[in-house]
Design a binder for this molecule. Structure first.
Ligand SMILES: Cc1cc2nc3c(=O)[nH]c(=O)nc-3n(C[C@H](O)[C@H](O)[C@H](O)COP(=O)(O)O)c2cc1C
Ligand SMILES: Nc1ncnc2c1ncn2[C@@H]1O[C@H](COP(=O)(O)OP(=O)(O)O)[C@@H](O)[C@H]1O
Length: 323
């Protein structure tokens, strides 16, 4: 696999990336709608014999301009960037988004970033794209600027199955615990990435040791509940044994115990008690909702439920091959 150039300043675009074809967006979640645009970008690049560059922002513009309205991101920062890099693009320009940057007019942004920076010959975007100060630029603005500066504009119509694939619909599904619906829109299971930290050391005593993710983990945490999914050890090479393993995942405050836990994401790798995952970076992926979190009257009742959860997770996960 060829490496993707990641850079943050259009003025320092690597020579091998220009001229190029470009797209622009926040790409939160890198869902199937985003992927349709990125696939078109890569195809347009092939047709023109040019590299494909995705242009995005960090932080999310709303987090800078209207923090009170900013959404919780499905795939913040490096999760999004890593996902974007798997789509066939050659370059990823992550523009640092500041209030000052946001004041650029559409013309100024297109000139400095697309024309002078990237030498864009084509711009591929969704039809509803807005950019520049107060979102005052749209596809028509791009077409006018393209005529002046010598790039073509390819506008992609909305795509979806039954409903338009959108970051908002993924957020709503995750907030409702419907991780299967989120996965249908994302085209893959939703993921949270973090470091394994110590909990109360109860899990092993119960017979279900769980890897607890650190509070600063990245990725929108779905609603409280029990889920079937996968735990991947990111320090292990792809294809090596014990990298991706089936898991029963619990999100909640462990209300059966009177310890007033913060809300944790914890994963029990099915049928294993020989793992040491502390301090490792892991990815937890959510495939299917099993049940809500409950406050059990006794630990024995919790154990009966957990045994049933594990069987249900096994049934769900043996029907799937992790990609
Ligand atoms: C599959 C599964 C289901 C769980 N369901 C519940 C639950 O419904 N209620 C609850 O209080 N805790 C539940 N837990 C969390 C356990 O209470 C938790 O794993 C245990 O207390 C270990 O905590 P520790 O990692 O801090 O040692 C569940 C854990 C797993 C792995
Ligand atoms: N099957 C398993 N799934 C998850 N973690 C496991 C498993 N087997 C062993 N471990 C290890 O045990 C730890 C969890 O044990 P536990 O008693 O629940 O402690 P803690 O409260 O610190 O999470 C994990 O962090 C991991 O290092």
């Amino acid at each position: 696999m060829s490496t993707v150039h990641r850079f943050t300043d259009p003025a320092s675009t690597p020579d091998e990336l220009r001229p190029c074809v470009v797209t622009l967006g926040n790409f939160d979640g890198v869902h199937r709608g985003h992927k349709a645009v990125l696939t078109q970008l890569v195809e347009t690049g092939h047709d023109l014999g040019l590299p494909a560059v995705a242009v995005t922002f960090d932080p999310h513009p709303l987090a800078v301009l209207h923090p009170e309205r900013a959404p919780q991101l499905i795939s913040p920062g490096s999760i999004r960037d890593d996902l974007l890099e798997t789509t066939g693009i050659d370059g990823l320009l992550v523009l640092p988004f500041t209030k000052e940057f946001a004041q650029q007019s559409p013309e100024e942004f297109v000139r400095t970033t697309f024309v002078e920076g990237l030498h864009a010959k084509a711009v591929v975007v969704g039809v509803d794209t807005k950019f520049g100060c107060r979102n005052s630029g749209d596809v028509d603005t791009l077409r006018e600027l393209g005529a002046t500066h010598g790039f073509e504009v390819v506008a992609i119509e909305d795509v979806g199955e039954g409903h338009r694939w959108s970051s908002t619909s993924v957020r709503q599904a995750l907030d409702a615990g419907d991780v299967a619906a989120a996965a249908r829109t994302l085209g893959r299971p939703h993921r949270v990435v973090g470091t394994v930290v110590h909990g109360h050391h109860r899990g092993r005593e119960l017979g279900y040791p769980t890897a607890n993710l650190s509070p600063d983990s990245l990725g929108l945490v779905p609603a409280e509940g029990v889920y079937a999914g996968w735990l991947t050890r990111l320090g292990i090479e792809a294809g090596e044994p014990d990298r991706t393993m089936p898991a029963a995942i619990s999100i909640g405050t462990n209300p059966t115990f009177d310890t007033e836990d913060r809300r944790t994401v914890e994963a029990y790798v099915l049928d294993r008690d020989d793992l040491d995952l502390y301090d490792e970076r892991v990815m937890v992926e959510f495939v299917e909702h099993i049940r809500p979190t409950l406050r059990f009257e006794s630990i024995d009742d919790l154990l009966v439920a957990m045994a049933k959860d594990v069987e249900q997770c096994r049934t769900v996960l043996t029907q799937i091959v992790h990609s």
